[in-house]
Design a protein around this ligand. Structure first.
Ligand code: 13P
Length: 256
C-alpha cells in the first residue's frame, strides 16, 4: 500500500519568526494523523529553527532546492549536507519555477537528484508540461523526457527513496487545476514508466503527488482519483486553515 503524502512548498514566503509561529500552531493540529505523511518545505532561512519544533513529531522537513556540488565557491547556493544538517530529510528538485525561471536543465536536475540520494536526502522530483506543450499534444513527450533524464541509472534501492510530483506548469498558482482525469492520465503514464524501468512492485509502491492550485474545494475529487497519492501544495499551504483542511481530506480518504 502506498503512503499518502501532503507536502507544503512555501516558496519564497514567510520570514523566520512567522515560519516558526505558523509551524508551532500547525504541528499541534497534525499530531494525530495516522496515515498521511506531512512534509514542510520552508525557505532555507527557517529550516534549522523549525527543525527544533519538529524534532519529536512525525512531520518531516524538506528544502526547496540545492546545488549538486558538495561545497565550494558557489555564491548563493546550498549543499545537500547543509540541508541534512539543518534537519531536512527531503528536498524538492526540478520544480517548474527552477526549470523555467532559473533555467535549470534536465541535466542539472539529474545531478542534483544523484547528489541528494548520495547524501541520504529523499528527492521530491517534479515534472510537468507547459500550457503550449499540452495544447500542442506534447504532454507525454515532455513527461517522458523529464522522467527518463531524472531516473536514468537510479538503482532500485534508491528509487524507493524518491517521491514524484506531477505539476502541470499551467496549473501552478493560476487557479486552473488539472481535472482528475488529466492528472490521473499523466500520473498513470509516470507509473507505467516506473514499471517499465523497474517492476510492477516498485511502480505500485511509488508515491506520485499532484501539484497545481490544490485547494480544499478540489482536493477531494483529486485524491479519490487513481494514481494520485497526495499533494504538493503552494499557495494553500501558506494558510493554516486551508492546509489543515486539505490534510484532513487526504487523511479521511486514506482511512476509508
Ligand atoms: P500552487 O498550489 O500555488 O498552485 O503551487 C503549486 C506548486 O508549485 C507546489 O510546488
Amino acid at each position: 500500500m502506498r503512503q499518502n503524502i501532503v507536502a507544503a512548498n512555501w516558496k519564497m514566503n514567510k520570514e523566520v519568526q512567522e515560519s516558526y509561529n505558523f509551524t508551532k500552531s500547525l504541528s499541534k493540529k497534525l499530531l494525530n494523523l495516522k496515515r498521511t505523511h506531512i512534509i514542510l518545505c520552508p525557505p532555507f532561512t527557517s529550516l534549522f529553527y523549525i527543525s527544533e519544533l519538529l524534532k519529536n513529531t512525525s512531520i518531516a522537513l524538506g528544502g526547496q532546492n540545492m546545488h549538486y556540488e558538495k561545497s565550494g565557491a558557489f555564491t548563493g547556493e546550498i549543499s545537500s549536507s547543509m540541508l541534512k544538517s539543518s534537519g531536512c530529510d527531503y528536498v524538492i528538485l526540478g520544480h517548474s519555477e527552477r526549470r523555467h525561471i532559473f533555467n535549470e536543465s534536465n541535466e542539472a536536475i539529474k545531478k542534483k537528484i544523484d547528489a541528494a540520494l548520495s547524501n541520504d536526502l529523499k528527492p521530491i522530483i517534479c515534472v510537468g508540461e507547459k500550457l503550449g506543450e499540452r495544447q500542442s499534444g506534447k504532454t507525454s513527450e515532455v513527461i517522458r523526457s523529464q522522467y527518463k533524464s531524472a531516473f536514468s541509472d537510479i538503482l532500485e534501492y534508491e528509487i524507493n527513496r524518491c517521491v514524484i510530483a506531477y505539476e502541470p506548469v499551467w496549473a501552478i498558482g493560476t487557479g486552473m487545476t488539472a481535472t482528475p482525469e488529466q492528472a490521473s492520465e499523466v500520473q498513470g503514464l509516470i507509473r507505467n514508466l516506473i514499471e517499465e524501468q523497474y517492476s510492477k512492485n516498485v511502480a505500485d509502491s511509488m508515491p506520485i503527488l499532484y501539484g497545481g492550485s490544490v485547494k480544499p474545494t478540489n482536493a477531494n475529487s483529486l485524491i479519490e482519483t487513481e494514481n494520485i497519492d497526495g499533494f504538493l501544495i503552494g499557495g494553500a499551504s501558506l494558510v493554516e486553515e486551508l492546509f489543515f483542511e486539505i490534510v484532513n481530506i487526504v487523511e479521511q480518504y486514506s482511512i476509508e
